[in-house]
Design a protein around this ligand. Structure first.
Ligand code: ADP
Ligand code: MG
Ligand code: MG
Length: 322
């Protein structure tokens, strides 16, 4: 109508980084901003996926057991962040998880590897052996068969880059949704906070267990429902515990992290998931400006202290525990 103040809205979707990406931008530059952000996400995908032969991660892994290789500044940045969370969690999150990820091949095959294969593969995983020389701009893996995997963090970085590009184009309101990673830019066009749904881990995508209201924040979820197979009644999912070599099995169904930067939220959703309910919540409470929502397999929801008055449980199947 003539008096409508709703600014122009642009939405585009693409399948990138193994997931559905949906970018929404308000205002006259929306389309240009989204196109530029999608282009940037594609560049990051090439640099940081294990399978793009022209990318940095591929180069690092191919050179395992040989000299360190020169990488781009952005790969160095993401690798350093991943190494930070590896250290913070004492290897529950481990940037060198690559060999176990390919052994299990969750999402590609549906087979439990032999115990012998798990043991020998697990021995190749150790973030403390990764060589990072920031001044030379090089990264190296000392042993053949080792490999880095940025699957738990690269999408977070891509989210931050998409926000940076939205702002460059003057987009003040929008949503960047990269699979389970959401970044909200500014407020809704009407000035109210964005409402972000927390996926119900037991129902198809788009069914929410809870809702949070946020402005200029990112909400990233890691869960057992993203990629998995069921064998003999047991669920095998894609978040692997480097100490056992098996998918993490600690009673958690999902962990959502709310933060200012999506690279932190992505790394932390995986880290907290791996640390489990007690240690995971401890680490969150120790970190400033980080909040967390945990959903257990027995349908309990617990949240960090900063969310206790803010969380809205929308599905009565879940029990809220203070
Ligand atoms: P999603 O990929 O569904 O967004 P996450 O962000 O939690 O979920 O990342 C899971 C991915 O992280 C796995 O597919 C794998 O590539 C990688 N990964 C699995 N286990 C670990 C681990 N212990 N440490 C670091 N990365 C891991
Ligand atoms: Mg993650
Ligand atoms: Mg993720």
């Amino acid at each position: 109508s003539a008096c409508s103040k709703e600014p122009e809205k642009t939405v585009k979707t693409e399948f990138l980084m193994d997931t559905l990406m949906e970018l929404t931008a308000y205002g006259p530059n929306g389309e240009k901003a989204i196109d530029a952000a999608m282009k940037r996400i594609k560049e990051i995908d090439v640099l940081m996926s294990v399978s793009s032969e022209t990318g940095d991660v591929y180069k690092i892994n191919k050179a395992a057991g040989q000299d360190p290789v020169k990488v781009s500044d952005e790969t160095m940045y993401v690798v350093q962040a991943a190494q930070h969370y590896s250290q913070l969690s004492e290897g529950a999150f481990d940037i060198t998880i690559g060999p176990l990820v390919s052994l299990w091949g969750i999402g590609k095959k549906e087979e439990v590897p032999s115990q012998a294969a798990i043991d020998s593969t697990k021995a190749l995983v150790d973030y403390r052996k990764l060589r990072i020389d920031a001044s030379a701009g090089t990264i190296g893996l000392p042993e053949r068969g080792m490999s880095v995997d940025l699957g738990a963090i690269a999408k977070g970085y891509a989210g931050d880059e998409a926000v940076r590009i939205f702002k460059e184009y003057g987009v003040k309101n929008g949503i960047i949704s990269l699979g389970g990673n959401v970044v909200v830019v500014g407020t809704r066009p009407d000035g109210k906070p964005w409402r972000v749904g927390i996926q119900n881990p037991f129902k198809p995508t788009g069914n929410y267990a809870a809702v949070v209201e946020e402005t200029d924040k990112t909400v990233v979820t890691s869960g057992t429902y993203e990629r998995y197979f069921i064998k003999d009644g047991k669920r095998y999912h894609h978040i692997l515990d480097p100490s056992t070599g098996y998918p993490a099995d600690n009673g958690l169904a999902s962990v959502s992290i709310i933060a200012g930067k999506s690279i932190d939220a992505d790394a932390l959703s995986t880290t907290v998931f791996l640390l489990g309910p007690e240690k995971g919540m401890e680490i969150v409470e120790d970190l400033p400006n980080i909040e967390c929502i945990m959903i257990t397999n027995d349908k309990r929801i617990t949240v960090s202290s900063g969310l206790q008055d803010k969380i809205n449980i929308t599905d009565k199947d879940f029990v809220y525990e203070e």
